[in-house]
Write a protein that binds this ligand. Structure first.
Ligand code: C5P
Length: 510
């Protein structure tokens, strides 16, 4: 049955099967049985792929994760390297282990494989992985190499450029950053030879963590030589893998309004706009992540306060305005709240009762327009004021009119017709209308963005520092014909908000 199936397979798959079988030391028929058994147990079999074993073994769950090749050296601290595997994995790092011969005296390849959920490598002359120079791939098919414990012997070999076993060959072939966690007896650590080797490795650009001072495994001995704790090593590895993000809005104060306002009719009823607050909250989170000092003034919403953001909860438009004024001055104001345009003048002190004459008449008075108010402030006007225009029809025309009427700098226009699903949903389709380039002769510039999550809209709006061309797909279309946009965008290399503030500073505004 198996041979019949194999003969019928096309050449490429048959070749892959043979390769896979050879690597796993099985006959082709046995390999097929293993694949079928795994499939019947609903475990996806490892992909049959032309990519060699060492580079293709990442599971689907690990796809996209940063990868570490962890070389475990031969010292008593090797047992802590097993914990390090777990600490790295809980930080969403894909780990592949290499054990030196000496390390196998302390821990087994099986333990390392089980914890890393990966094949463990031990032998430079392993026909299963070296048929195509697997040590080169182990050195390069990762973002970081960690050596823990880094023994005196392994460090001496590194400093001298030896390559007589798998670990040292990987370290010599590496073109990735290397982090060593030395561990040895204090006398070995302080020996002149080790000092020379450490100095050489530091000159070679190798990073080190530890060793720490403390008791040695050897009874009665103490000093500097204990391997750094797995948590410390994992944290250092994470810093090397994921360097802190730039904080382009550091030092900027941003005020954001979000959510609806509730305008009481009586103690139990109110007037409100539909608004989940999700877009405003997402902007607050993105601005905070970009380093801004964010104050979020929110109407009643069902969302958690974002960490690191000053949140003021309000009910009505008048309360919101009061809080906004108290938060000034700021560099940037973003009014994403769906403020109710009217409130009830004759708010009932008690619950209004149905009468035979029908509904009691409600007298409505206009609420203060918060966006227009802060856009027209004579002295405390933020350098950049951004409003939203949620429209169900004539989106762009209405948004343009709003930009002019309210006196803000930018308007984020979005279609909130019931068919768009924006209201309360997680996605948004927006057009950004900007009026900020007096010197280029541009009146209003319109960018139409594709459908994005509200988080993506927020990130794009506040803090995307990449040049436009480098952003995922040049997805924005400029309505050049109607706006007369010309020339290169001067903010292309800056986060858009920061760029706008910078230009305002140069122009002496605000
Ligand atoms: O006039 P309209 O409500 O469509 O304008 C929407 C924009 O104006 C939004 O940015 C909203 O936060 C803001 N706005 C405001 N105060 C109001 C009404 C709207 O800040 N009273």
């Amino acid at each position: 049955m198996a041979s019949l199936t194999i003969r019928k397979l096309d050449d490429a798959i048959r070749d892959e099967l043979r390769l896979r079988a050879a690597r796993n030391g099985r006959s082709v028929e046995d390999e097929v049985r293993v694949i079928l058994r795994e499939a019947s147990q609903h475990r996806p079999p490892p992909a049959v792929s032309a990519t060699p074993e060492v580079s293709r073994v990442r599971s689907d769950a690990d796809a996209g994760l940063p990868r570490v090749t962890l070389i475990i050296g031969g010292g008593i601290a090797a047992y802590k390297a097993l914990d390090l595997i777990r600490r790295l994995k809980e930080r969403h790092v894909h780990v592949r282990c290499v054990l030196t011969r000496a390390a196998q005296q302390f821990v087994t390849p099986l333990s390392a494989s089980a914890l890393s959920n990966e094949r463990c490598y031990t032998d430079l002359f392993d026909p299963e992985s070296e048929f195509d120079a697997g040590h080169i791939r182990l050195a390069r098919d990762c973002e970081l190499i960690v050596v823990a414990p880094a023994t005196a012997d392994l460090m001496a070999k590194m400093a001298q450029g030896h390559a007589d076993d798998l670990a040292s060959a990987i370290l010599l072939a590496a073109n990735r950053p290397i982090l060593l966690a030395p561990a040895m007896n204090p006398l070995m650590w302080n020996h002149a030879a080790t000092r020379r080797n450490v100095a050489q490795l530091e000159r070679d650009g190798v990073a080190m963590i530890g060793p720490n001072a403390g008791e040695m495994a050897e009874a009665g001995e103490a000093g500097v030589g204990r391997m750094a704790e797995p948590l410390e090593i994992a944290a250092t590895a994470e810093r090397l893998l994921r360097p802190p993000q730039p904080r382009p809005l550091a030092g900027k104060r941003i005020l954001i309004t979000a959510g609806p306002t509730h305008e009481p009719i009586d103690p139990v009823r109110y007037i409100a706009n539909r608004s989940s607050g999700k877009q405003g909250f997402a902007i607050a989170i993105a601005a905070q992540a970009a380093g801004a000092d964010v104050t979020l003034i929110s109407g009643p919403v069902d969302l958690d306060d974002p960490a690191g953001v000053t949140v003021k909860h309000v009910e009505s438009a008048r309360e919101m305005l009061h809080r906004v004024e108290a938060a000034l001055p700021v560099d940037i104001a973003i009014c994403a709240a769906a403020v109710a345009d009217w409130r009830v003048a004759n708010e009932g002190e008690q619950k209004l009762k149905k009468t035979s004459a029908g509904m009691p008449p409600l007298q409505l008075v206009e609420n203060p327009d918060i966006l227009a108010t802060i856009s027209k402030l004579p002295d405390k006007r933020p350098r950049l004021v951004i409003g939203f225009a949620a429209e169900t029809e004539n989106l762009i025309d209405n948004a343009k009119a709003k930009l002019a009427r309210k006196g803000c700098d930018w308007i984020v226009a979005n279609d909130v017709s019931p068919a768009s699903g924006v209201m309360g949903g997680d996605r948004n389709t927006v057009h950004l209308l900007t009026r900020d380039d007096g010197d280029t002769g541009v009146d209003i510039r319109i960018e139409s963005w594709p459908v994005m999550t509200k988080e993506q809209v927020a990130t794009e709006l506040v803090a995307d520092p990449r040049p436009r061309a480098a952003r995922a797909g040049a997805h924005r279309s400029y309505d050049c014909a109607t706006t007369g946009l010309r020339g290169a965008d001067p903010s292309a290399l800056r986060p858009r908000i920061e760029a706008r503030c910078h230009r305002a500073e140069l122009a002496g505004h605000g």
